[in-house]
Design a protein around this ligand. Structure first.
Ligand SMILES: Nc1ncnc2c1ncn2[C@@H]1O[C@H](COP(=O)(O)OP(=O)(O)O)[C@@H](O)[C@H]1O
Ligand SMILES: [Mg+2]
Length: 254
């Protein structure tokens, strides 16, 4: 069986340019069913562009994208909620208009809201009445409510505080493990990537191609804090693939 046949998402020789400036040159990437791939790389290297091309939001200049999943959802870095709709109605926007009956839709909505720890009171509020973290949880619920089998995450937890970030990472780990979801998860946080991913893919410095990829030992749910710390340290200190990831961290600390 070919690699493509076993993969839910395949990018072959994908390249793109904005206004004549090359952003991605030759991207080859395949994601297997049930696999969460974390994509890391310097800011401006083309991670979001790659995700937008993979999700069909941007037409690439060259190359081929094959999607073998049923339905995808996208979670962006900022929540992108409709300001005139309540949190509940924003989540319901993720449901196809024709899908199921009213009662069924309400149950789906309640179930996904509880998974992101939003209660009935929260759901009645408008985005302007919610904290940044709550708005992002609404966006995650909107993505999950349609029961996607593939989710694109583009640095979704950057704005969240440490505790909430952890809870949302656990939700992703659980969802991937229990519903067989596959995912491309963009992050610049290597510890986050090590915590939640099966495999980490690194965009090269200039973002033109995939520099390499590393499988992370153990299942995501089985890595405790110490293990995550040790794996991340080992990658940063001893794996040349992550040398420039370290440089970004230095820059960000400065
Ligand atoms: N719509 C656009 N028009 C022109 N240039 C863009 C557009 N989107 C992104 N770029 C440029 O392409 C490069 C890659 O951007 P992006 O994919 O957002 O990188 P990343 O997500 O890794 O930070 C950047 O230099 C950015 O300025
Ligand atoms: Mg980006």
């Amino acid at each position: 069986m070919g690699r493509e046949a076993m993969s839910v998402l395949v990018l072959e020789n994908v390249g793109h340019a904005f206004l004549g400036r090359t952003v991605l040159e030759e991207i080859d990437l395949a994601i297997a069913a049930g696999e969460l791939v974390a994509l890391v790389g310097p800011s401006g290297s083309g991670k979001s562009t790659l995700a937008h091309i993979a999700a069909g939001l941007v037409e690439p200049r060259k190359g081929r994208v094959t999607r073998n999943y049923r339905r995808h959802a996208v979670v962006f870095q900022e929540p992108r909620l409709m300001p005139w709709a309540t949190a509940g109605d924003n989540i319901a926007l993720g449901l196809a208009p024709s899908s199921a009956g009213r009662r069924q839709r309400r149950l789906q909505l309640q179930s996904v809201a509880s998974r992101v720890s939003l209660n009935a009171e929260d759901l009645a509020k408008f985005p302007s009445q919610l904290s940044g973290g709550m708005r992002q949880r609404v966006a995650i619920a909107r993505a999950l409510v349609a029961d996607p089998d593939f989710v694109f995450f583009d640095e979704p937890f950057t704005a969240l505080d440490v505790a909430l970030k952890r809870r949302m990472q656990d939700l992703v780990i659980e969802t991937v493990a229990h519903s067989g979801l596959s995912s491309l998860f963009i992050t610049h946080d290597l510890a986050e990537a090590v915590r939640i991913a099966h495999r980490i893919v690194v965009l090269d410095r200039s973002g033109r191609g995939i520099a390499g990829s590393r499988e992370i030992p153990l299942s995501p749910g089985l890595r405790d804090d110490r293990t995550v710390f040790e794996i991340a340290q080992a990658l940063l200190a001893g794996d040349a693939l992550f040398a420039h990831v370290n440089e970004i961290d230095e820059r960000m600390r400065a």
